[in-house]
Design a protein. Structure first.
Lengths: 101, 569
């Protein structure tokens, strides 16, 4: 399990990559990955290509990020979901809050 | 006499009709310590050979009743593969006669009058040749016997491998494959099986190296693959397990490049994981376009599974679209000029062939290109077609009606005590029992979500008495999980009880999950009300469970919950 993040070359987008299980144990690393930046990026991407499992506390963390990014006016994309992860996001109607690909 | 001469004792046959000559030779030989047998004509000489099997023969060319030439032929024929040097004794000097001696099977000649030193030297030289010949014959026989043994072993190993791989669905109507006969011993392995959900999984692997080591690696790969796929494990679980096995058994430098495919016929989705094999192709039959799926991963058996990347690529296919997998044998097939077949020629085959003909066209092109059958040694090709669900039938596929076997109807009570919360996560244990139910494993993701959400509610709210209203602000969210770890560290009272039971339904079953915690409960009437959904950053677990389960209800003061999960395949 691990969380890593990178800012795009022009500084406009932060990508957070989550490896393994995305559950409560990840919340400190997850929050640090976007709160520690000096300049707030315009948009955010959460890359779940290597995420094997996602629980309801992870849903809470995604909402935290969305609010941090500006709530209704935010741009947060959730990308590269595997079918199991996508199913949980879909059941929770997260596609109404995030751009899920 | 030197020491080495004294140790050399040979049995020498002297065949000479002139008595005086015979006696001279006998004397010389006896003085040198050899054991001498004498014959006075050709017939006697052949008979002596038959009975005594001398090591070296001194044979007079001209003798009564049977001359030396004919005696030599008969003796050589009796000796068979053993080298019995024959030295002709002759007073003949014409070249033609000497040649005749050698043609009759003689190895050398000694001219009269006899020179003792030359005779000794020739006997020593021919004895060396005799010994060399004996050693070589023995080694040749040994090699031949080893080779027979090796072929026998390979045949057995192939049988063993076929037995492990016998319950596959490589013969399914939507699958075509070509695996050259010797490919198993070149390290290529191809396995295919159906998950209980109906998805088909296929793995093409190419072990580094050749021969037995590569073939041995294929065994645990195949048995792990079949064992896990039939039980319904997910692609990533199977990959991780195979990787672990190979990492543990393969020496450094030996690993397995592999492409793993999962075909979901209902959703028409193909999942691809490619670690180290050449790009596999997704072929769209409408547009006749090819999409190459690159390897994004290291081969299996290189990294520990904690570092193995398991992200896959997903493709939506239409019925009639095809996937093509191959090992590098096709790309690296060489023409007689040493040129490689390469990807360009492969792509050209796709451009010029009808969809249904591509598989054959690839093999034909490669064979034509190489112009020899040698390429067969290292060529593996697989084609899978997306078909309507149920059209991927195979005579060896397990029938879905097998639901009546195994752990079907049962009940389990399980309690977690305070000292255990901190150290032990009971969910994997419980999930492994639950997924023993045949067919239920394909729903393990959903079952896990339900168990995990209910268990964390019971633990966090019931046992640790955490208040989820904390989670309404980002700071509270962090505070909540900080408290969770603090309280978990010091928990000394409370319990969580699982009461699980399962019974069968047509094509599936019903799993009851009843969880009781030691906490004070909560006003549960509100939580199930949809209007109270999505307050703050919490409260998403219960709607998730309600969606997955047939029913969810809280009992008592709210410290008891019962979820009913109904499944069918």
């Amino acid at each position: 399990m691990g969380i890593s993040s990178s800012v795009s070359a022009d500084g406009s987008e932060l990508t957070i990559l989550i490896q393994g299980r995305f559950d409560f144990s990840a919340h400190q690393d997850f929050r640090r990955s976007y709160e520690s930046l000096d300049i707030r990026p315009r948009s955010f991407a959460v890359d779940l290509r290597e995420t094997t499992y996602l629980d309801s506390s992870a849903l809470g963390m995604l909402l935290l990020l969305r609010d941090f990014a500006g709530g209704e006016s935010s741009t947060v994309r959730i990308v590269n979901c595997n079918p199991d992860v996508k199913k949980i996001l879909t059941i929770s109607n997260f596609e109404q809050l995030f751009a899920i690909r | 006499m030197t020491a080495s001469q004294s140790t050399l004792v040979l049995k020498v046959l002297v065949a000479e009709d002139t008595r005086s000559d015979r006696q001279i030779l006998e004397a010389i030989l006896r003085q040198d310590g050899h054991h001498v047998i004498s014959a006075s004509d050709g017939i006697e000489a052949v008979e002596c050979f038959r009975q005594e099997r001398p090591d070296i023969i001194l044979l007079d060319a001209l003798m009564p009743s049977l001359d030396g030439f004919e005696a030599a032929r008969q003796i050589k024929s009796l000796a068979g593969e053993t080298l019995v040097p024959i030295i002709f004794l002759t007073s003949l000097t014409e070249t033609e006669s000497l040649v005749k001696c050698l043609e009759a099977g003689g190895d050398d000649f000694l001219q009269k009058p006899y020179n003792r030193v030359i005779l000794q030297a020739k006997i020593k030289a021919f004895n060396r040749m005799r010994e060399l010949h004996a050693t070589m014959s023995a080694q040749r026989d040994q090699i031949a016997s080893h080779n027979r043994y090796l072929i026998q072993e390979q045949t057995l190993a192939k049988q063993l491998f076929d037995n492990i791989a016998h319950d596959d669905c490589l013969d399914a109507s939507n699958v075509r494959h070509y695996l050259s006969p010797k490919a198993v011993f070149n390290g290529d392995v191809l396995v295919a099986a159906q998950r209980p959900s109906g998805n088909m999984m296929l793995l093409l692997g190419d072990f580094t190296g050749h021969g037995l080591p590569a073939a041995i690696g294929a065994m645990p790969l195949a048995s792990t693959f079949y064992g896990m796929v039939h039980k319904g494990f997910a692609l990533t679980d199977v990959l991780r397990e195979i990787n672990d096995k190979l990492k543990a058994i393969l020496p450094i430098g030996l690993f397995c490049c592999a492409t793993f495919l999962e075909i979901n016929f209902r959703e028409r989705i193909v999942t691809v994981w490619n670690g180290g094999l050449p790009d596999c192709f997704i072929y769209r039959h409408r547009t006749r376009e090819v999409e190459a799926v690159k390897s994004h991963h290291l081969p299996l058996g290189v990294l520990p599974s904690t570092q193995l990347k398991l992200d896959c690529q997903y493709f939506e296919l239409e019925v009639g679209d095809r996937c093509f997998l191959w090992s590098d044998g096709i790309h690296e097939a060489r023409s007689c000029k040493g040129e490689m077949f390469g990807e360009q020629r492969l792509k050209a085959v796709f451009e010029r062939s009808d969809p249904g003909r591509i598989f054959d066209a690839i093999l034909e092109s490669v064979h034509e290109f190489t112009g020899s059958a040698e390429v067969d040694d290292d060529l593996s090709l697989l084609e899978v077609v997306m078909v309507e669900p149920g059209n991927a039938s195979s005579r060896s596929m397990p029938q879905p009606a097998e639901h009546n076997a195994g752990l079907m109807e049962w009940k389990l009570d399980f309690e977690v005590k305070p000292s255990t919360f901190k150290y032990f996560d009971p969910l994997p244990l419980l999930l492994s029992i639950i997924t023993e139910v045949p067919g239920l494993r394909s729903h393990s993701g959903s079952v896990y979500t339900v168990l995990a959400e209910l268990y964390s509610n019971a633990l966090e709210h019931g046992v640790l008495k955490l208040d989820s209203t904390l989670k309404q602000t980002p700071e509270g969210f962090a505070r909540y999980y900080q408290l969770r770890s603090e309280r978990l560290e010091h928990v000394d009272s409370g319990f969580i009880r699982f009461h699980l039971s399962h019974d069968t339904r047509e094509n599936g079953g019903r799993l009851m999950i009843h969880i009781v915690d030691s906490g004070d409960g909560f006003p549960h009437q509100d939580v199930l009300n949809p209007r109270n959904r999505s307050a703050g950053y919490s409260g998403r677990g219960i709607p998730l469970i309600r969606d997955i389960c047939e029913s969810l209800c809280y009992r008592g003061k709210g410290n008891e919950v019962e979820a009913v999960f109904v499944w069918s395949n």
